[in-house]
Design a protein around this ligand. Structure first.
Ligand SMILES: [Zn+2]
Length: 404
């Protein structure tokens, strides 16, 4: 009889069984779960200011209290699930964090989009964070000067060299206060290679063509995102970004930069014991940037070799600097030449001494060249006879130096 009853009731509208009811409830819970999860991800992104691409699904392991304390009458202020969901959502937000390339995070304004996030002029490079977390930008020459880098001379020649400078993230965040983002994981600069000056294929002797690039190895997302390369700079025509560099620089430079970017992305330390990860990551990042820096210097050294004093290695141990001005003042007209590539004055002194001066009569350097080099230069047109007016003006400048 009971059997007949049940078949009679299912003959009309099918009534949901206990199993269907549970499935329907779970589907609703799943939907709500995903919404809450997504909200936690958005909250994290709003807090860090770093956007990202949300994955379609997230692996989730949840632990449930089977004797729920809320049911037992002592309700906890925060849900046990909330802690787990929030933690996982933050991890996913951090791992998928993508910072806008071409911009540095400003901890003062808590933004990538304020005026501090990019250089104001082409010759500026990122020189570190201020105590209050603002990105600071300085001329590359000033950065080298502050660090007492002797290579600064190479940037002040009439035909300046292209130099690189590799700095650690610690150095760049040295002055930054902890409350203004020091050791923050929102935008963590692990290291930086600065390159300058580039001139985009234009005449490198003219400062108005110069620009610097700051190449930063960055990890967003609290140390959980991938290490990537951020490229910062402003070209003399006002354009920013890697695309503009791409249009004006040598393909070899771009290859070197791209390769470094790939190597940074490959850095993976999760298989190491936790306590060693930070140091090992830093070591590998510095290695990649040092290699990049050597590659870049090699590219530009080869490019300008012909226009430089490659005979430096023939230099005598005792530099003939002390006699420079005296030799120059005593030099006869036939011993004074104009270096047409470097835009400098060349004085041939006694015993193969060669002194280089600029137009203002300022002594740049002195060298000893083998006699055949001097002959070669004066007969092949690198060093030319000066025009009488220019020569007279130059001699006047030299005379001025004796009166100071
Ligand atoms: Zn700012």
């Amino acid at each position: 009889m009971p059997r007949k009853d049940s078949s009679a009731s299912s003959a009309g509208e099918p009534r949901p069984t206990g199993k269907d009811e549970t499935r329907k409830r779970l589907l609703e819970i799943e939907q709500e779960f995903a919404e809450i999860f997504y909200e936690f991800i958005s909250l994290r992104r709003a807090a860090t200011g770093v956007d990202g691409k949300t994955p379609e699904s997230a692996p989730l392991t949840l632990k449930l209290h089977l004797d729920n304390p809320a049911l037992a009458g002592n309700a906890a202020p925060a849900s046990f699930l909330e802690t787990q969901l929030r933690r996982k959502a933050e991890e996913i937000a951090d791992r998928s964090a993508v910072f806008p390339t071409g911009k540095v995070y400003c901890y003062w304004c808590r933004s990538f989009d304020c005026s501090h996030g990019q250089p104001e002029t082409p010759r500026q490079a990122f020189s570190g964070y201020s105590p209050t977390g603002q990105p600071e930008w300085n001329e590359l020459t000033s950065i080298l000067l502050d660090r007492k880098d002797p290579r600064i001379d190479l940037l002040h020649r009439s035909n300046p060299a292209t130099l690189t400078l590799v700095q650690s993230g610690y150095e760049l965040a040295h002055d930054q206060l902890t409350t203004y983002g020091k050791r923050s994981g929102i935008y963590q600069i692990l290291a930086q290679a600065t390159v300058g000056y580039l001139s985009g294929g234009k005449d490198s002797r003219k400062p108005e063509h110069h620009y610097a690039l700051s190449l930063q190895a960055v990890q967003a997302g609290g140390g959980r995102g991938p290490v990537s390369l951020n490229i910062l700079g402003r070209l003399p025509d006002g354009r920013t970004g890697f695309e503009s560099v791409e249009e004006s620089e040598s393909p070899r430079l771009l290859d070197a930069i791209r390769k470094a970017g790939r190597h940074l992305g490959d850095i993976e330390v999760s298989s190491l014991p936790r306590r060693r990860r930070g140091r090992e990551k830093q070591r590998r990042v510095m290695d990649v940037l040092r290699r990049l820096s050597r590659n870049i210097e090699r590219i530009y050294r080869q490019r300008s070799r012909r226009t430089r004093h490659s005979e430096v290695r023939h230099r005598n141990k005792a530099r003939p600097t002390s006699t420079a001005l005296a030799d120059a003042l005593a030099a006869k007209e036939q011993s004074i030449y104009r270096d047409v590539e470097e835009n400098t004055w060349v004085i041939l002194g006694p015993r193969n001494r060669v002194h280089i001066f600029n137009d203002a009569g300022l002594h740049i350097t002195s060298l000893s060249y083998p006699p055949e080099t001097i002959r070669h230069r004066t007969t092949r047109g690198k060093w030319l006879r000066a025009k009488p007016d220019a020569l007279e003006e130059f001699r006047r400048r030299l005379q001025d130096k004796t009166r100071k």
